[in-house]
Ligand binder design. Structure first.
Ligand code: NAD
Length: 249
């Protein structure tokens, strides 16, 4: 059965072709949702939305810019009359060591991953509260739980740990209005962030640290997002769900 029939979902950073956001958008659309893809590049977002079929929307949005966020979300609320699901997926990484993080690096990574999550959530919360229903799904990372990882950088770990704190605080505050907030902590997933940047040796080392012995797929993260976004997770809030092939066991 379709799990999101009649629901309206916004997914940020979902224009990237092999990314977690577009895989999530695809699965949500297959489950009956009307989806808006928001990304820095509006043309790419429109193109990605068109691949989902009729009625889906692609919009330019810079999640670090409150005016850009407000314009995108206000437009969608005017068009749809409601928003049921927000997936805060936009994120960037920088493979830096602690002493190499310059102020500008720190700002950029904190801004997209953490500030963007706050701004987009603030843009939907009044509407979700008025509806007395809504689900917010935030992309954190195993980097938040374990520190490091070869792609993220310590500031990325900090930003994604911040996302966990923000998720729990939002879940607590929004629970009386039946608005849920949960975080997904993907482990090592094969996407553009990781593709083509690995030597065979790195691949062997990474897989050795994963009990399931392989990277995850974008679709495997999307499945978790579908669960958290849908009404079958109606009593799940404030949780962080690991999608990591057992990496933390
Ligand atoms: P990706 O780079 O393929 O996609 C990220 C998207 O975010 C891109 O389309 C990019 O244009 C967009 N974006 C960047 N800055 C933006 C901004 N300011 N406003 C709007 N959009 C912006 O990344 P991905 O691998 O699909 O990762 C998706 C999310 O999952 C990220 O938050 C990432 O940190 C997280 N994550 C990924 C992995 C992994 O292994 N791939 C693991 C753990 C967590």
């Amino acid at each position: 059965t379709a799990l999101l029939t009649g629901k309206y979902a916004v997914i940020t950073g979902a224009a990237s072709k092999r990314g977690l956001g577009l895989a999530t958008a695809r699965l949500f659309a297959q489950h009956g949702a009307t989806v808006a893809i928001l990304d820095l590049d509006g043309a790419a977002a429109k193109e990605a939305a068109a691949t989902l079929g009729e009625g889906h929307v692609g919009l330019t949005c810079n999640v670090t810019d409150q005016n850009s966020v407000k314009a995108a979300f206000d437009g969608l609320i005017a068009q749809w009359g409601r928003i049921d699901v927000l997936v805060n997926n936009a994120g960037i990484t920088q493979p830096l060591k602690i002493m190499d993080i310059a102020p500008g690096n720190y700002d950029a990574v904190l801004d997209v991953n953490l500030r963007g999550t706050l701004y987009c959530s603030q843009a939907v919360i009044p509407q979700m509260r008025a509806q007395k229903s809504g689900a917010i799904v935030n992309m954190s990372s195993v980097s938040a739980q374990r520190g490091g990882g070869i792609f993220g950088g310590p500031h990325y770990s900090a930003a994604k740990a911040g996302v966990l704190g923000l998720t729990k605080a939002m879940a607590r505050e929004l629970a009386p209005d039946n608005v849920r907030a949960n975080a997904i902590c993907p482990g090592f997933i094969a996407t553009d962030i990781t593709a083509g940047k690995l030597t065979d040796d790195m691949r062997v080392t990474i897989n050795a640290g994963i009990p399931m012995g392989r990277p995850g797929t974008a679709e495997e993260v999307a499945g978790c997002a579908l669960f958290l976004a849908s009404d079958i997770a109606s009593y799940v809030t404030g949780s962080e769900v690991d999608v990591n092939g057992g990496s933390l066991i």
